[in-house]
Design a protein around this ligand. Structure first.
Ligand code: AMP
Length: 472
């Protein structure tokens, strides 16, 4: 069995890997890390959950350490330009990648890793660039805006990563990606270009052919998609889909489930229906404000909601641990999307379940999928499905939002301390705590929520009175 010790990483990286409890490389990492570390251009077929972020993160940071060691002997390294650039399709992915890289780089001095993305003001991002980051992770549109303003130069760039390249193209970023890659080509030499994509269609191959040098293509069959996932289709009447979802959720009682819909309006309606039925449910769709989306992801990943209803686009790139059950409210148009959805369960070889609802008109799509799969997805009748309200599984925690964060000098420790000492909440009643710039979030077991809210009303944290409320 391979270990990370076999890769001769620098001490700073080995100790971060130990601290993060990453001991063995995943299959995808084993398949690509050697080539990445040799400095080759590589195109890797990898899905979210395969460990791709760590694979390119290790490559970027080891190279950074090597060049720092080298420049101590020669002249000082040019630190005014980024050493590595990671392009991501969405803000959420950019933030997750940044966070993972920051964890990995925390033993490496002077390694600023900055996320830039659209949908928020550009000015704070421009001012963050004044103290030049070693690594920039960003969405193509915003990166292009910044570069066009002359605020970002690629001179000295060593590594370029295209993460979820297929999504980037699907989302219509082709022109921006093209612009950036051309600008990089013009300004920097010898850049190692790495491409990660869940699918390897013609457009990804031409992107690789155009911008990578002698690229090695690595496709990993980690067996997640079909072997560990039990797939079933249920035939239902079109107007009974929502009922069928409620019935399946009350039957399987998953701790976590994602229900995929094709359209935003379906998400809105199904979310409302499941809420009325009594499920702990959140939604993700493109019409939501950024803060609503972040809250939904927090609530779901902190076990404050068992069910997430989402469109494919909204669920892209989310770093949500494997879920127990995936339900396709409606079957997707193509097998790639179906495989992506289904891959949300059964990660890392765990057993997973995926259920697809079909009506008469969907049958031809299912037949098309079956023709390409190693075995047919069995079809059952949905007529016998029954929703039992008394069998709904309650979420483990309630989300509490606190109106203060890093900018107000509030840390995770401050919140834990206040919960334990001021509110006497036992440690086992406290779940995930997340502190962002102006807000914080704590997952609290239902029985301790009242005293938590009372404590924030009646006592101070770090000398300040903080407002807290239940997040729903
Ligand atoms: P990714 O495919 O980059 O989205 O990674 C999926 C998850 O796997 C992340 O939460 C990582 O923290 C985790 N992960 C990545 N590499 C390893 C590893 N070698 N051992 C254990 N967990 C890992």
């Amino acid at each position: 069995m391979e270990s990370f010790k076999d890769y001769n990483f620098s001490d700073e990286i080995n100790s971060a890997l130990d601290a993060l409890k990453y001991h063995e490389p995943t299959k995808t990492q084993q398949a690509c890390l050697h080539a990445l570390l040799e400095g080759k251009d590589v195109a890797v077929e990898a899905q979210t959950g395969s460990g791709k972020t760590l694979a390119f993160g290790l490559t970027i940071l080891q190279k950074l350490l090597d060049s720092q060691a080298h420049s101590q002997n020669e002249q000082a390294a040019d630190s005014s330009h980024p050493h590595a650039l990671v392009l991501c399709p969405t803000r959420e992915l950019a933030e997750q990648v940044t966070y993972q890289l920051q964890l990995l780089a925390r033993r490496i001095a002077n390694t600023k890793i900055l996320a830039v993305f659209g949908g928020v003001a550009i000015a704070p991002q421009l001012s963050s660039l004044k103290h030049p980051p070693a690594v920039i992770v960003g969405t193509p549109g915003r990166l292009m805006d910044i570069a066009m303003q002359g605020r970002l130069s690629f001179k000295g760039l060593k590594t370029l990563v295209l993460d979820e390249a297929d999504r980037m193209l699907d989302m219509g970023f082709e022109d921006q990606v093209d612009w950036l890659l051309k600008a990089i080509n013009d300004q920097a030499q010898g850049v190692q270009t790495l491409l990660f994509s869940a699918t390897f269609g013609g457009n990804i191959q031409s992107l690789s052919a155009q911008y990578q040098k002698d690229a090695q293509t690595i496709q990993v069959d980690d067996g997640r998609t079909h072997q560990h996932i039990e797939q079933t289709a249920y035939k239902v009447l079109a107007n009974r889909r929502a009922y069928a979802v409620a019935a399946l959720l009350s039957e399987h009682q998953p701790e976590s489930a994602i229900v995929f819909c094709q359209r935003k309006q379906e998400v809105v309606e199904l979310h409302q229906q499941l809420q009325e039925d009594g499920f702990g449910v959140v939604q993700l769709q493109g019409d939501m404000e950024q803060f609503e989306r972040s809250n939904a992801v927090l609530l779901f990943s902190a076990d404050c909601a068992n069910v997430l209803v989402a469109t494919d686009v909204a669920a892209r790139g989310l770093d949500i641990p494997s879920v127990d059950l995936v339900i396709n409210y409606s079957i997707s148009d193509d097998l790639d999307t179906h495989t992506h959805r289904v891959g949300r369960t059964g990660r890392a070889g765990l057993k997973g379940k995926a259920i697809t609802l079909i009506d008469d008109t969907d049958e031809t799509k299912l037949i098309g999928f079956n023709a390409q799969l190693p075995s047919d997805i069995p079809v059952k009748s949905g007529l016998a499905l029954r929703f039992h309200k008394n069998r709904i599984r309650e979420p483990q925690y309630v989300g509490v939002q606190i109106d203060a964060g890093k900018k107000q000098k509030i840390s995770k420790g401050d919140i834990l301390g206040a919960l334990a000492k001021n509110a006497h909440v036992p440690a086992k009643d406290i779940g995930k705590i997340h502190v962002s710039s102006h807000r914080s979030f704590a997952a609290i077991k239902i029985r301790s929520v009242k005293r938590t809210l009372l404590m924030f009303r009646e006592s101070k944290v770090k000398g300040k009175r903080l407002r807290a409320k239940k997040l729903v």
